[in-house]
Ligand binder design. Structure first.
Ligand code: ZN
Length: 203
């Protein structure tokens, strides 16, 4: 399986990192070794002193496809979860300033936390999914799928032009504003429509 991630998909997050809105989504990959699931411990790696949480809606692809038309994309996933795209912001800033690719800041071990998958059927309209992240007792990120620049169907259609999708592939669909650092001792709890979906303790 592979993990495909969308960067810069929420206007207010683009503004907080002083980036520009792109005409096409920014895409990067994480390897399978980045995945941590369920109730897990995230160990801050020693190569970074500024690991950020990025809370995102994650789609699980459930059948193979390539060049998927937008109007068919909805039939390629039936479950979603919340995930955290852990990012070594200090390394990413360094790489960006040298116009190098982001992998070292995004694809390291444990950089893709994933919650419990739930059927899309049981949710509000896919374009109205509400989600938020509590860090300790503070709400730090909050978003709605309606705020995405590129919606689920667009993302699936776009990435499948470049990568064949297989059952089990995950797509992290971008983070809303409120990204910020994690410290040892932090507890991150992510809620999808007010239901606890993912819990990570930081060490
Ligand atoms: Zn992200």
């Amino acid at each position: 399986m592979k993990i495909i991630c969308v960067g810069r998909n929420y206007v207010k997050h683009i503004e907080e990192l002083k980036n520009v809105v792109l005409a096409e989504p920014a895409i990067f990959l994480k390897p399978e070794t980045a995945l941590i699931s369920g109730e897990s411990i995230f160990y801050i790696p020693d190569f970074s002193s500024n690991i950020h949480h990025e809370l995102e809606i994650v789609l699980k692809i459930d059948k193979a496809g390539k060049n998927i038309p937008m109007e068919d994309a909805v039939s390629y996933f039936s479950e979603i979860a919340l995930g955290i795209d852990f990012t070594a912001r200090d390394i990413q800033d360094k790489l960006k300033s040298k116009k190098l690719s982001w992998e070292l800041s995004k694809a390291f071990d444990q950089a893709a936390a994933i919650g419990n998958f739930i059927p899309v059927d049981g949710l509000n309209e896919p374009d109205q999914i509400a989600f938020y992240l509590m860090k300790n007792n503070e709400k730090v990120q909050e978003g709605r799928s309606s705020e995405m620049i590129f919606n689920f169907n667009y993302i699936i259609s776009f990435v499948s032009k470049y990568f064949s999708l297989h059952a089990g592939d995950l797509i992290y669909t971008g983070t809303p504003k409120g990204v910020g650092p994690v410290e040892p001792g932090d507890v991150l709890k992510a809620y999808l429509e007010d239901n606890l979906n993912l819990e990570i303790r930081v060490k």
